[in-house]
Design a protein around this ligand. Structure first.
Ligand code: HEM
Length: 310
């Protein structure tokens, strides 16, 4: 049975470091070897700094996958679903490699990220680096708790990991979408607390969900809490974290799932709304600046299948 990368379903940490790379021409062989060795390196750091709860994820961009591993492709892997509707946009900015480094120590994230960059240095271009942090009791910078309705316990794995019967070679992998949102906090703070609560469909301080009939159709949780035709909940596992400095702030949105579809359905519901055009009003106060789709293969694929086939 394949083993998943443990960062996918891990509980939240205090600090996150997200690294996005493009691979230089003719460096695919080196990259395959380097990525197959990274899990062992991450294990060494996790042992060395055991109290830091280091967790990591390595993922391969949808548009790079065929160069990375021409022999086979995860069954549902596809490019980021770019969307726009009036002022609401979800741009796509394809990237080859995603590395997520999370722990409870900022310095440990820095050490591990530096090592990754050093190892990949001559073969990649660092496209983006985002340092993220836990804000208060797990809140987004809008002041609302983020992650409450995330799947819990073993259910996280059911939601986030590909099942063997669906795609044997890529079982225990995960489809990953990221978007870097930049908030307009000046505009957000101009709202009254009740107006902010209506936008999320939850109360702010004590994080209580509105009763269903009181939730505006434009509330973020109305637009993202969806069911399929059989009445089953459509779910993703969110591992987003706030980021920012004194010039710009926002949410580094991260979604893991056993299929790319649930994310796409939710994003569509936020941007295009329901049949009456009730779009997600959260998007008036935050804007996605990037968007990319990846596959995070199992540890077994990275460390055993990949070196064999490289
Ligand atoms: C800046 C962007 C975003 C912010 C600040 C944000 C924040 C939040 C907050 C505060 C909640 C309520 C508490 C919770 O259950 O976590 C929530 C719920 C949720 N969000 Fe977002 N979110 C953002 C983007 C997205 C995107 C892009 C998606 C998916 C495409 C998404 C999917 C969900 C889902 C599925 C829920 C749970 C809904 C429920 O069952 O009640 N969010 N989000």
């Amino acid at each position: 049975m394949a083993r998943e990368q443990f960062g996918i379903c891990a509980e939240p940490n205090l600090h996150g470091f997200y690294l996005l790379f493009n691979v230089l021409d003719d460096k695919n062989t080196y990259i395959r070897t380097a990525l197959s060795r990274l899990p062992a390196l991450f294990d060494d750091y996790a042992d060395q700094f055991s109290e830091a709860n280091l967790t990591t994820v390595i993922a391969i961009g949808a548009n790079y996958w065929d160069e990375f591993y021409p022999k086979a492709r995860p069954a549902s892997l596809k490019t980021f679903p770019e969307m726009h509707n009036d002022d609401s946009i979800a741009p796509s900015s394809n990237v080859d490699i995603y590395i997520e480094i999370r722990s409870d120590r900022f310095d440990v994230n820095h050490i591990v990220s530096s090592k990754v960059c050093q190892l990949l240095a001559d073969s990649v271009e660092l496209v983006e680096q985002v340092q993220a942090f836990r804000f208060l009791d797990g809140r987004d910078l809008t002041g609302f708790v983020d992650g409450t309705e995330n799947p819990q316990g073993m259910h996280r794995r059911e939601v986030a990991l590909v099942k063997t019967e669906d795609d044997a070679l890529f079982s225990r992998g995960s489809y990953l979408h990221i978007q870097r949102y930049q908030h307009n906090l000046t505009l957000w703070r101009s709202l009254k607390e009740k107006e902010q609560e209506d936008i999320f469909g939850r109360t702010k301080v004590d994080n209580i969900e509105y009763e269903s009939e009181k939730k505006p159709l434009t509330a973020h949780t109305k637009r993202t809490s969806l069911k399929d035709e059989q009445g089953n909940s459509i779910e993703i596992l969110r591992q987003s974290m706030p980021y920012g400095d004194m010039k710009q702030q926002g949410l580094f949105f991260v979604s893991y799932c056993q299929s790319p579809e649930p994310f796409e359905i939710m994003l569509k519901s936020m941007i295009f709304g329901d049949e009456h055009g009730h779009v997600d009003h959260l998007l008036k106060y935050t804007q996605a600046e990037t968007g990319a789709a990846f596959f995070a293969p199992s540890l077994t694929f990275l460390t055993e299948t990949l070196p064999d086939q490289a």
